[in-house]
Design a protein around this ligand. Structure first.
Ligand SMILES: Nc1nc2c(c(=O)[nH]1)N[C@H]1C(S)=C(S)[C@@H](COP(=O)(O)OP(=O)(O)OC[C@H]3O[C@@H](n4cnc5c(=O)[nH]c(N)nc54)[C@H](O)[C@@H]3O)O[C@H]1N2
Ligand SMILES: Nc1nc2c(c(=O)[nH]1)N[C@H]1C(S)=C(S)[C@@H](COP(=O)(O)OP(=O)(O)OC[C@H]3O[C@@H](n4cnc5c(=O)[nH]c(N)nc54)[C@H](O)[C@@H]3O)O[C@H]1N2
Ligand SMILES: [Mo]
Length: 833
């Protein structure tokens, strides 16, 4: 759309002058100091100075000793040019509806053309309500997809997914999702192996790791980059420990090895050893290590006998006593993973001869067969025999939300309820899914549209994919997180109605039919937990300014929606925003009083902005199991670590068997399948500069990392040279699935054959047509959309090959930001609003 900018109209906030973290409104004078208020975000707690209804300055909460630059994007969350300003309806959908045409003909091919008309709140909510009535009456619950919530803003009262789920649950039944994009494969396999999902459980305290660990392996784990954000308001306390770790590396008191194809931010910060491995081949490397432990009798036989089952079945595979007769020697491993056999042996000896803590990140399970490296790693740790020892064993969590900072023991406030109140029923009680499944693995929601009725395997069950007709999104950016944009475009043509609720005009809004403007977390009062695992305190989130434009809180939106079925009082329990905030606080205060944690009365807390609890006691993961494996049995079928799983073997899956295996990928670089055509592995790691797609809307933040206004693609000097690409060039990244423009960022942190585009880059196609060039650089324009395996059906985003060439010619403008093209009912572009 050529005229997007022209449709923006005037912004109600004054122009902003920027200076690092400090942002001043042009109207603010030194004479009016304004008021400091308290709030928080995934990237940390902060104080905001508000002058004459404008936030003019923010500064990190003084408790936070390691604030992140992502904080600089906070004000643009509020004042971004990409704000959703008004309820908007897609032009062709609106016209079609007015003309009384069949819903399936609602101008589906033009979905994504970004032409919208503005409507009032009443009309918008009537449309949503009428569509839901129609879907429930004409089809039934299988035809509605809701509940696919993502990294919505912090704040327990306004948790927008809960609001949507409660209101929608009051209206009728629908199709929900299982698992998540973060750890889909890991959280599914590990309960069979270690008896819990592990990925969201507290890990051994850093304090203990720093004291006891001799060899620390960060395996596909980049905490320095990824701890900038947390699920609840982040304290950044883990950085304190990482700073001490850095000192210990420098003084030679500890060996830290980063096993990663890339020299990660953590590797560069710590100045530790880097162990390169070919992408997606960690299982082969682990097998080489295991083979050495076995052959050289370096493994802990007694630990295995006491704490594990199934070692014999597994070791037969390592020895080559299985059908394929391949012995998994270090030489065999080298031919796949690229790590020299001698080095593999050396690493195995080093791990076995020292107190070794293995710390895994999550990216290696976000790939095809992503279950396998997690299971193989558990076996490696079992053979080392240090699980449950201080500073030894295995972790799958230390890069996340300051895990390893001990829990205070205090309770955190509850949240706005996501379910119906007890005894209440939905308006439409129909729960006949006509044989379709009511729950779909989250990464398979596009398959459901393209392969309706298909039966797939999923974690021991059959799932029959429902060809839903309507979808509602809130608190997640579906057109960032899901893989393969062009496949999504094809699938979305089958949808009759899509509703998006957001404060930002994301690509999810662009590809929706009805868009409702939520306000940001800084335009409402709320309360949040401070520290995800540490439960370090409770913070107040003061409303900084009134909702801008026509935006409303999710609470207000859904309350108004519920009026349409006379259930608004039931929805709110007859409490307003501040009553809810106070209620959640007081409930928490009561609970904590019983535990001996004092909290001030609400008014005092609200004035002060926070309450902190003392840090908890250091703790060792799996120590209880080690101490007494009978009393503290694991949650596996046998109660022990399952090296071989009868349960998994009984499923008979082709790509997840009774023990972990090396399996070739659908596409793999470094001489793997399809690398002749597309030689570069593209990893879509989590962004250093953002939280997913959040703050990508910030022009000032983007200015710090984009290249020619595009998302950077990190590439090795060798690969760049071969392609005639220089630093700062505009390049086209492509494969058979799609194409995008990005800016070349040449970095020797990247080895040949490996490139990176951070996930969360906003999708900005040149037009709605399938195959259109993405002008900004969303990596999911290129990723593969297949399930990790028949077990977890999780995302395989990191299994992706591409080619890159210098972009020649006139580059199209970036279309990702700045909202819709507002048109009138005749399709005429509105010159100004
Ligand atoms: N290729 C590739 N893809 C990936 C990944 C990858 O590694 N590679 N990672 C995956 C992972 S692990 C994750 S967790 C997902 C993340 O995917 P998402 O969770 O979808 O990502 P976010 O960008 O955080 O989207 C949150 C959206 O909620 C909106 N929002 C925030 N607060 C509110 C609110 O109060 N009300 C409303 N109505 N909306 C709000 C924000 O504006 C934003 O658009 O991405 C996945 N996708
Ligand atoms: N700044 C920031 N932090 C975040 C987030 C964010 O958006 N921004 N998102 C949060 C969320 S929701 C999640 S799920 C987590 C994600 O946490 P992770 O999934 O662990 O994070 P990534 O950054 O994708 O990848 C971590 C490391 O894995 C390496 N890696 C990738 N593939 C392979 C492989 O095949 N083998 C080996 N050995 N290494 C590999 C990458 O090079 C990278 O250094 O991060 C959280 N933290
Ligand atoms: Mo995630």
């Amino acid at each position: 759309m050529g005229g997007v900018a022209a449709s923006l109209g005037s912004i109600v906030v004054p122009p902003l002058l920027r200076n690092g973290n400090v942002v001043r409104a042009a109207g603010a004078t030194a004479a009016d100091p304004g008021r400091w208020k308290f709030s928080g975000a995934h990237w940390g707690a902060f104080r905001a100075r508000v002058v004459a209804g404008h936030v003019v300055e923010i500064k990190p909460f003084e408790f936070d000793k390691h604030p992140t630059p992502i904080m600089d994007g906070t004000l643009d969350v509020l004042y971004s040019p990409s704000r959703v300003r008004y309820p908007m309806v897609r032009l062709d959908w609106y016209r079609n509806r007015r003309a009384g045409a069949a819903p399936s003909q609602a101008g589906q091919a033009s979905r994504g053309d970004n032409r919208f008309i503005r409507v009032g709140w009443d009309e918008a909510l009537d449309l949503v309500y009428d569509e839901l009535e129609r879907i429930q009456k004409d089809y039934g619950p299988w035809a509605l997809h809701v509940g696919n919530v993502g990294w919505h803003a912090v704040g327990l009262m306004h948790s927008c997914g809960n609001h949507m789920l409660r209101a929608m649950g009051m209206h009728g039944n629908s199709v929900g999702t299982a698992g998540d994009y973060s750890t889909g494969a890991g959280q599914t396999i590990l309960p069979y192996v270690l008896g819990s999902t592990e990925v969201y459980s507290q890990g051994t305290s850093w304090e203990i790791i720093l004291k006891e660990t001799q060899v620390l392996v960060f395996w596909a784990s980049d905490p320095i980059k990824n701890l900038q954000v947390g699920w609840n308001t982040e304290t950044h306390e883990a950085y304190e420990h990482l700073a001490r770790l850095k000192q210990k590396v420098a003084s030679g008191e500890i060996s830290v090895i980063s096993v990663d194809p890339v020299k990660s931010k953590t590797r560069n910060y710590l100045g530790c050893e880097h162990q390169y491995v070919n992408p997606m081949t960690d299982v082969a490397l682990m097998l080489g290590l295991i083979h050495t432990l076995w052959k050289e009798a370096l493994y802990d036989k007694k630990f295995i006998e006491t704490y594990a089952v199934g070692f014999e079945e597994f070791i037969a595979y390592v020895e080559g006593k299985t059908e394929d007769k391949i012995e998994r020697t270090p030489e065999w491993a080298e031919s796949i993973c690229g790590v020299p056999a001698g080095r593999i042996r050396e690493l195995a000896r080093l791990m076995a001869g020292n107190r070794t803590q293995l710390i895994f990140g999550w990216a290696i399970q976000r790939q095809q067969h992503g279950e396998q490296p997690y299971w193989m790693a558990a076996i490696l740790a079992t053979m080392l025999g240090q699980i449950g020892l201080p500073g030894g064993g295995i972790s799958y969590v230390h890069h996340y939300s300051s895990a390893g900072v001990p829990a205070s023991g205090a309770s955190m406030p509850g949240s706005f309820p996501l379910n119906l109140d007890p005894g209440r029923k939905p308006r439409h009680e129909n729960d006949d899914y006509q044989g379709y499944s009511a729950v779909v693995p989250v990464a398979r929601v596009i398959d459901a549209l393209l392969e309706p009725g298909k039966e797939i395997n999923y974690n021991g069950h059959k799932v029959k994919l429902p060809p839903y007709k309507m979808a509602i999104f809130s608190g997640g950016n579906q057109w960032h997180r899901q893989q393969d944009r062009n496949r999504m475009k094809r699938a979305y043509q089958k949808l009759e109605t899509v509703v998006a609720i957001d404060y930002n005009w994301t690509a999810t809004c662009r590809f929706a039919d009805i868009v409702l403007p939520a306000c940001t977390p800084f335009e409402r009062n709320d309360i949040d937990a401070y520290g995800t695992f540490s439960n370090r305190g409770v913070i107040a989130m003061h409303k900084l300014v009134d909702p801008l434009f026509h935006s409303r809180s999710d609470f207000d939106i859904w309350t108004d929606f519920c009026k349409r079925m006379q259930r608004d009082v039931e929805y709110t329990r007859n409490m307003n925003e501040m009553q809810w905030v106070e209620f959640l606080y007081e409930e928490c205060r009561k609970e904590n009083a019983g535990k001996g944690f004092a909290m001030p009365p609400f008014a005092q807390f609200w004035e002060q902005g926070y309450v902190l609890f003392p840090e908890g006691k250091p703790w060792v993961r799996h120590a209880d199991f080690r101490e007494d494996p009978e009393v503290n049995a694991l949650g596996t079928p046998s109660g022990f670590i399952e090296i071989y799983s009868r349960k998994l073997a009984s499923f008979g899956y082709r790509d997840c068997k009774g023990h972990p295996l090396w399996m070739e990928k659908a596409e793999r670089s470094h001489n793997g399948p399809r690398s002749d055509k597309y030689p570069l592995w593209m990893q879509s790691s989590h962004p250093n500069e953002r939280l997913h797609s959040q703050t990508c809307e910030s022009p000032s933040r983007r200015a710090t990392y984009t290249i020619q206004g595009r998302e950077p693609v990190y590439i090795s000097p060798e690969d760049a040279r071969q392609r005639g690409i220089r630093q700062g060039d505009l390049v086209r990244v492509f494969n058979d699935r799609g194409q995008l423009l990005a800016g070349a960022a040449i970095s020797s942190d990247f080895p040949p054959g490996v490139v990176r585009i951070h996930e969360g880059a906003w999708y900005g196609p040149t037009g709605p047509e399938i195959g259109a060039l993405d002008t900004y650089g969303d990596p999911n324009t290129l990723t593969l959309d297949i399930g990790s395996s028949e077990l977890a059906q999780a995302t395989s985003a990191n299994t992706c090959l591409v080619e890159i060439e210098l972009f020649k010619g006139v580059a199209p403008a970036v279309t990702a930001f700045g909202g819709p093209a507002e048109v009138d009912i005749d399709g005429k572009l509105m010159a100004s609003l």
